[in-house]
Design a protein around this ligand. Sequence first.
Ligand SMILES: Cc1cc2nc3c(=O)[nH]c(=O)nc-3n(C[C@H](O)[C@H](O)[C@H](O)COP(=O)(O)OP(=O)(O)OC[C@H]3O[C@@H](n4cnc5c(N)ncnc54)[C@H](O)[C@@H]3O)c2cc1C
Length: 83
Amino acid sequence: MEVLIIGAGIGGLTLGLMLNRAGIACRIFEAAPELKAVGVGINLLPHASRELCALGLEEALAKVAVITREYCFFNRFGQFIYS
Ligand SMILES: Cc1cc2nc3c(=O)[nH]c(=O)nc-3n(C[C@H](O)[C@H](O)[C@H](O)COP(=O)(O)OP(=O)(O)OC[C@H]3O[C@@H](n4cnc5c(N)ncnc54)[C@H](O)[C@@H]3O)c2cc1C
């Protein structure tokens, strides 16, 4: 039995690592011909970071990540909502 994962985004790749860790074979299919950086950052929320850390990726993540200092929301007029 093999788990088929459709999509090699952060979700599919994380699932692949989790299954691998659990000893469950999987195969990941990706429609894009190549994976490449698009030059944008992604804000990893605590629940997502926790899963990556559980996979032993905390040190690697810390090397490339910018630790969140503050998280604020503003409306389209630039007025502060909450932080
Ligand atoms: C501009 C922008 C900014 C964002 N910023 C954040 C952020 O800061 N923090 C955050 O948590 N989220 C952010 N998101 C949402 C973010 O995209 C998702 O949280 C995250 O990428 C979802 O990961 P995923 O693996 O589920 O999907 P995706 O990253 O979309 O990956 C899905 C993959 O499946 C592939 N695929 C699709 N259909 C098929 C198929 N039929 N066969 C094979 N492969 C297929 C696609 O090519 C793609 O590579 C942002 C989204 C956008 C558009």
